[in-house]
Ligand binder design. Structure first.
Ligand code: NAP
Length: 487
């Protein structure tokens, strides 16, 4: 047996016992995870700061988001209705007789999570993929990101303390480090792996998704990959709010040096004096933004290459760059513009340039703006900046936007993803490999379960969620009615 074999055998063994824990035992374990990570806050944040160049306040906020996320999933499974229990009782008098059937969601088994480079806490070792998989009852194997390997190891050590305090199987969570093309590949290909969570590049996510589909038994890969998050700026709001919009959007484009999957990479508007004024003011804001170090040399190299390639395309015009030249490893905040007719001819403009860059697309009229929107691939978000009158006059644009992305934002910025029940952080391919799911918020748990129907079972043989007297007191659909009552 090689090392990955041992890891996956252990993960499978842990799954067999972890999935049998009661919801309150699993909930208590998630709370212990949050507490141990909180207890290690100072060391974790300092280590992540040294490894990722991200500022301390941002990392402190991200760590809080991570522990809040674990506690949110703890409450979700304590409440219990997420299992979607449905019961249809037998009717022996019907012809043919109707059987007793009862359905609920059950965990799929060991899940492999790839840590993301741009969120060392919230999308990595104990981040959303791990929290949701553990909440579902699956064991987890984490492939830590090499750009913050020490942080990942320290978070894992905090998780091990929680495992020990909870007295659960020691291999409920495991952590491996190493290259994606060897270790990562072997984890995805291993026959005991039942699902994969990933956040990163399109090339990486697609490669893992293909590997999973080439297996003898294909498994789902939930990869969150690339998105340019188009923002539509409508006429009246540009006329009324140009200066405020310029400030807000410059800040969003450069937040975290643009290293967010929700970075507003495309600004669409119909040509007008108000648009010209907005773009001039946006350029001034960008000039005043200082370059900062990116997460790692690979991301920096990829941004520098992507930026120079896009700026070399025919018809693009640079609006502004930071007035300060970037130092070693630092990104160069940049905004540019292009006419929609040129944009439509060149697919290069639709590619993600991961960093503090945004492209304004100047459209001749509304019809051309809608053509541009229609030409885009699937996105995580799309935004509309508009007055009420603008919204009323442009319902067709909003209708089009709902087909394009998982989240539509009115009069705000796409950066910043709230962790809550109503959040959708997902979208049509290639923003993710499966637009029916979200990787943020409580419904992220649905990626790691499948529905199972129990037919003809005696009450004592059923899982608690499906027993007649509803011992978990959860909402269920019983004979087509929502109820918490027993049968
Ligand atoms: P990445 O290169 O996709 O790597 C993410 C993880 O996947 C790493 O653990 C990596 O392992 C592994 N991996 C990548 N390619 C693989 C393959 N072919 N087979 C097996 N495993 C593979 O992402 P990154 O390092 O975070 O950043 C690189 C680029 O990704 C950025 O420049 C940016 O364009 C994009 N990115 C996008 C988002 C987003 O949210 N949309 C977030 C972060 C980054 P190794 O480290 O060993 O390669």
């Amino acid at each position: 047996m090689n090392n990955i074999d041992i890891v996956m055998q252990d993960a499978r063994e842990a799954f067999e016992s972890f999935r049998l824990l009661s919801p309150s035992e699993r909930s208590s374990f998630l709370q212990k995870l949050a507490a141990e990570i909180e207890a290690a806050r100072e060391t974790l944040v300092q280590t992540a700061h040294e490894e990722t160049n991200l500022p301390l306040p941002r990392l402190n906020g991200e760590l809080s988001r991570t522990t809040n996320q674990l506690n949110l999933f703890a409450r979700l499974i304590e409440e219990g209705s997420w299992v979607e229990a449905a019961i249809d009782t037998a009717d022996k008098n019907r012809t043919p007789p109707k059987p007793d059937t009862r359905k609920m969601l059950l965990p799929v088994g060991p899940v492999v999570v790839f840590g993301a480079s741009n969120f060392p806490f919230a999308f990595s070792t104990a981040g959303g993929d791990t929290a949701s998989a553990l909440a579902s009852g699956s064991s987890v194997v984490i492939k830590g990101h090499s750009a913050h390997a020490k942080t990942s190891q320290l978070v894992f050590e905090a998780m091990q303390k929680a495992i020990s305090k909870a007295g659960i199987h020691p291999f409920t969570v495991q952590h491996v480090l190493g290259s994606g093309s060897t270790v990562g590949k072997a984890l995805v290909q291993h026959p005991l792996t039942a699902g994969v969570g990933f956040t990163g590049s399109f090339a990486g996510g697609k490669a893992l998704w293909e590997l999973a589909n080439q297996r003898e038994q294909p498994i789902p890969v939930f990869a969150e990959m690339s998105s340019i998050n188009p923002v539509v700026l409508l006429q009246h709001t540009l006329q009324e709010n140009a200066a405020a919009l310029a400030k807000t959007y410059a800040a969003s484009i450069c937040l975290g040096m643009g290293q967010f999957c929700t970075n507003p990479g495309l600004l669409l508007a119909v040509k007008s004096d108000a648009l010209d004024q907005f773009l001039t003011l946006l350029g001034k804001e960008i000039e005043q933004t200082a370059p900062q170090k990116m997460l790692h040399s690979g991301i920096h190299a990829s941004y520098t290459k992507g930026l120079s390639e896009v700026l070399a395309q025919k018809g693009i015009e640079k609006i502004a760059q930071s007035a300060q030249q970037p130092g070693n490893g630092e990104a160069f905040p940049t905004v540019a513009k292009v006419n929609a007719s040129v944009f439509m001819q060149n697919p290069h403009f639709r590619e993600e340039v991961f960093g503090p860059y945004s492209l304004a697309v100047v459209c001749a009229d509304k019809a051309e703006l809608m053509n541009v929107l229609q030409s885009l691939k699937g996105q995580l978000t799309t935004t509309i900046m508009a007055t009420d009158a603008d919204v009323e006059a442009n319902a067709d644009i909003i209708a089009l936007q709902t087909t394009l992305a998982g989240r539509i934002i009115l009069n705000d910025v796409p950066t910043g993803v709230e962790v809550c029940a109503s959040m959708v952080h997902g979208g049509p391919f290639p923003s993710t490999t499966d637009g029916r799911f979200t990787s943020v918020g409580t419904t992220a748990i649905k990626r790691w379960v499948r529905p199972v129907c129990f037919q003809g079972f005696k009450d004592t043989m059923l899982p608690d969620a499906l027993k007649n007297n509803n011992p978990l007191h959860i909402w269920r659909i019983v004979n087509n009615e929502w109820t918490k009552n027993g049968i």
